[in-house]
Design a protein around this ligand. Sequence first.
Ligand SMILES: Cc1ncc(COP(=O)(O)O)c(C=O)c1O
Length: 419
Amino acid sequence: MRASFLSDDCPPMGIYETLYAFRDSFGAFMGSPGTHPWSQGFPLTTPLPGGPELPASVDVTWEDRFYPKAWGHPRLREAIAAHYNGFYGSRIAPENVMVFAGGRPGIHTVLALLKKHVEVRIGNVEWPAYLDILTQTGTAWRVVPFTKENGFHPPNAAYFDRTGLNAKTHLLPVISNPGNPTGHTRAGAELEELIALAEQPQNGILLDEAYEMFHESRGVSGIRYVRNLDDSNVFLAGACTKGLQCPGIRIGWIVASRKNIETLSNFSSFGMGGVSHPSQLYAVELLAAKRVAQAREAVARHYGMQRERYGRAFAAMGLKVHTGDGGFYHWLELPAGLEADELNRRLFRHGAAILKGFDCDMARPHAKDPSYRSPYASFFRFSFGPLLPETFASDVALLQRVLDEYRADAAKAAAGANG
Ligand SMILES: Cc1ncc(COP(=O)(O)O)c(C=O)c1O
């Protein structure tokens, strides 16, 4: 076979690797009837209890068949700016907003265009896609420790530690907030301090707010504390993917200084060609102020309830719960002796899967290296994003059964070794 012209270091994101391994083991795709999508990062796409309806259609006229504007539909940019200004008291303009086809393309584009002297700082436990994006964009990054000792929630200052750096290096923390997979959230005074650090001259931040609404405050965004967006390297990433319940329309955005937005839209003019008009018009409907107000309540209530009761059930079955107070994941530690790899092998037989802590380890080698031991081998992420309230009891019973099976097998193996 001829050597490929394309990169040999382009595996699918960790979550997809789990999906492919699941399909090979279970014989059906995760998500098909009879499967339990605990590994999946999507929200319910049907109305939440007390939540708004989701628009069923959108009008498309002859104008919508034109090429879109590189930076986004004027109506959507306005709706996004109003979304932030209305809830967080900011004063951003449509010119501070650039529309992308989902959250990932915006994040990827910012990192792909970073100057060489900008170094990324990223938590040791973060969303798997960041590792792929940092690798493919050739970004320089260093990892900030996430440990049991710091509660998987290091202080803000840890992201801006300049030890060993020379003056020309500038720092860009990349933080999901609320965090995927840990659920840890910087809000209030802590978020204010983070943004103040990010606005200092040699600093910036890429704050990924995909889970903005998944917090008891009904909405958590750094924009509330930004002093002078146009004179900063603050980048906020948002999307319709989670709280607005529409991963399929592929609409996300970056909020940044006018100058940085202009650079991103220049990229769009030759590298993307704008974003689908029907999707952008659908997003305008999703962002109607009254609708979003209702969605904020429903998201915080429903997912807060699920976070609380799954957390209680997991603790009762002997798992250590290290989750923060946001998002729709639990960050869990297995009992001694059991690793997430083995848990998944056992879950696959029952049509279930989780995301291994290994995949969220931002210090692991990107290319497979069997000699690498991740400190998170016995950790995993459980997603309650796509789960209906009705499956709670059966989800808990299934995980309990698999843990019981493991304990019985381990006891048998120990007895055999002793005898
Ligand atoms: C931390 C984080 N950021 C951003 C996204 C949004 O991704 P997209 O809109 O590309 O599906 C996700 C979705 O899983 C996420 O978990």
